[in-house]
Each structure stands twice: as C-alpha cells, then as structure tokens.
Design a binder for this molecule. Structure first.
Ligand code: MG
Length: 365
C-alpha cells in the first residue's frame, strides 16, 4: 500500500484513580497514538510507552516527537506492508514502542481491507481468555483487600507485585483472601542472589509463577531459582528480544517468558517470539502496558495464541481509564472476549479523541 499521511497525537486520558509514584501523583495516562492513511484505507496504532521512562527508556512525549520527526517521514510516500516496515525503519536505532505503533496501524489497514480480525490473522486458538489483573505494592492489609476486590470482580488471575521485605507475608495474606484465584508474583528485578532461599520458599507457597525476581543481568541466580522450583520463572524486563530469550535459555535462566509486543517492536515480532518459545518448550504469558482500548484489543488477540499457557495481564482498559476514545474489551463472568471485528480495533470516538488530545501533528509527502 502507498502510505499517504501519518497523524501523530499525544493524548492525556484521565485515570479512574490517581496514581502515586516517586515524582508525585499522576491523574492521567499520557499516551502517543498514530493514524496512518493509505490508498487502502486508514488504521490506528498505539505506542505503549509510559508517561515517564521508568519501565523502559521510552516515554510517551518522547515517542510523540520521535514518531513525527524520525519515523513517520520515512514511511510517508512509500509503498509498504506491515511486514516491510521493520526494514524501512532499520536505519533508525531503538524506540521499539514507537515503531510498534506504526506497525499496528499498517496491520490494521491490511486486516480491515482483508476483512480479517487480528486474532484470526495471528492464529488465535480460543474465543475468550481468563481476565488477569496486577496488584501494586502497598501495606499488607491494603494489598489483600485490593486482591479480594479484584477476585470478587471475576479476575481469575492476580499478579502481585513483590519486593524484598514485602513478599512471603503479603502473598500469604492474599492467598488467604482469594481462594480459587491463581496468584502470581512479579519482583520487577528488585531481588539479588542473597534472596534465593526466600524466593525458593515463596515459589513453593502455592503461587502459579514468579516473574523477573532478579535484574536482567543477574543470570546466575535466575538459573539457580529455575533449578530449585517447579513453577515457571518468567523473564519480563529481560525478554527484550528473541536473542535475549535464546541467551537466557542457553543458561537455563528462565522457564517462562512475558511477551510484550511493544517492547519487541510490534505484534509480528511478538508472534515470532511466541512461536519460538513454543518450539523451545517455554511457557508464555502476555504482558500489558496500561494501554487504551486500542492497545488492549491487540493484547487480547495476541494472548489468544495457543502458547500463552500462563494467564496474562488481560483486563479491560476501564480498570484504569476514566475516559477512552476506543471501545473497551468485553469482560463477562471473569472472561475477556477475544475481539473478532476486522482489523486491530474499531475506530476511536472522534469527539472523545479530540477532547483528550494535547498535541497533534501530521506528516504528508
Ligand atoms: Mg512484569
């Protein structure tokens, strides 16, 4: 298709409840999105980069600039497909989440033109998924309370954030409140080799998976934990590419992988990594990035692939967004319906989109 125009927007979507972080309190989710127009129609893509570079080195406002100054001008006026965008942008380094937004938009165009859903295109094996939610750090009583409320709302899998000094007791309290719900933990790299015994005990406490306890560079302790426990030890922050996963596998330093399409540069790379993990016998889970309904549609389609045997972060965006230009995922009886409409997601509501747009730019030939 001929790329005729790219529109890049920076949105500020209000949060259901304020989010307290080190720098202060945030009341909105800043997010960059793109609309690509071509001779085959238009499509939308979302850049998952967070408002601050706290999880990866990309951030929403930076992605907005990078998209309109560096990436989009290299696409406009060219004949491209979703599969050829990677090559077209290969002269530019880094910024996988910004690239992923453009790939999503072009894939959206292709799928709409072919009247195919993303789930069908990827090879989804199921029509619905268990809904999963994450529970952040906090005082034990509050964490257990939040977990209990989510379980009551139907979330069948909870991922509890842990940190040294905030783990075994927290998980015990949560497990005591959410019988029948799968509980996983996520250390976000906060542990080191000194905590190996404690993490081994935690892994045997009735949880379903332990995600990224050690920093990505700490390969040796991860390998020892894999050897010691029977539940999946999932690489998340360390799973930046298929090559990184292959390296960890060669060192027996993981038994599961959290696949985040945005971090890999797009949905196509995510599907490829999924396929390789299946070949390698690694369990896979789908990771979310606090996206809008657009990103959530893509996540649900990806998570429906057969290798995703560890229940992932698939929940409606309405859990955190008080306003969203995109339709949300449907959740019923603790299950998320895998979207079946042609394309990645339906179009956004133009009025809601405009209302929450803080910056907008378009790139023409
Ligand atoms: Mg994680």
């Amino acid at each position: 298709m001929l790329i005729e125009r790219v529109e890049v927007r920076l949105l500020e979507l209000p949060l259901v409840e304020p989010f307290a972080a080190a720098h202060g309190t945030t009341r909105s989710r800043e997010i960059a999105v793109v609309r690509v127009d071509s001779d085959h129609g238009h499509g939308w893509g979302e850049c998952s980069a967070l408002p601050e570079p706290t999880y990866t080195d990309e951030l929403a406002a930076g992605a907005f600039v990078f998209l309109h100054e560096e990436l989009a001008p290299r696409l406009v006026g060219h004949q491209l497909t979703a599969a050829s965008i990677g090559d077209q942008l290969s002269v530019v380094e880094g910024h996988p989440m910004a690239r992923a937004a453009l790939e999503m938009a072009v894939l959206d165009i292709e799928l709409r033109a072919e009247q195919t859903s993303l789930a069908r295109f990827l090879g989804a094996g199921v029509d619905d998924l268990p809904a999963g939610a994450a529970v952040g750090l906090g005082p034990i009583g509050e964490v257990a309370e939040r977990a209990a409320a989510l379980a009551e709302d139907g979330f069948g899998r909870l991922k509890v954030k842990i940190a040294p000094g905030h783990d075994v007791e927290v998980v015990e309290a949560v497990l005591g409140r959410v019988a029948g719900t799968e509980v996983q933990v996520d250390g976000n790299g906060a542990y080191d080799a000194r905590h190996l015994d404690r993490l081994t005990d935690l892994a045997a406490s009735g949880i379903g998976a332990i995600e990224q306890p050690f920093s990505p560079a700490d390969v040796e302790p991860a390998a020892r934990l894999v050897e010691r426990c029977s539940i999946p030890v999932v690489a998340d922050e360390a799973a930046v590419s298929a090559a990184a996963v292959a390296h960890l596998r060669s060192r027996s330093a993981l038994s599961g992988v959290s696949i985040k399409a945005a971090r890999l540069g797009g949905i196509l790379a995510a599907r490829d990594l999924h396929d390789r993990c299946v070949e390698w016998g690694l369990a896979v889970t789908a990771g979310g990035m606090v996206e809008s309904g657009l990103g959530r549609h893509a996540l649900a389609a990806l998570a429906a692939l057969p290798g995703f045997t560890i229940a992932g972060d698939v929940s409606p965006a309405g859990r955190w967004l008080a306003a969203d230009p995109w339709p949300d995922l449907a959740m019923d009886g603790g299950r998320i319906t895998v979207p079946t409409a042609a394309g990645v997601a339906p179009d956004p509501d133009p009025a809601v989109l405009d209302h929450h747009t803080t910056e907008r730019t378009e790139i023409l030939p």
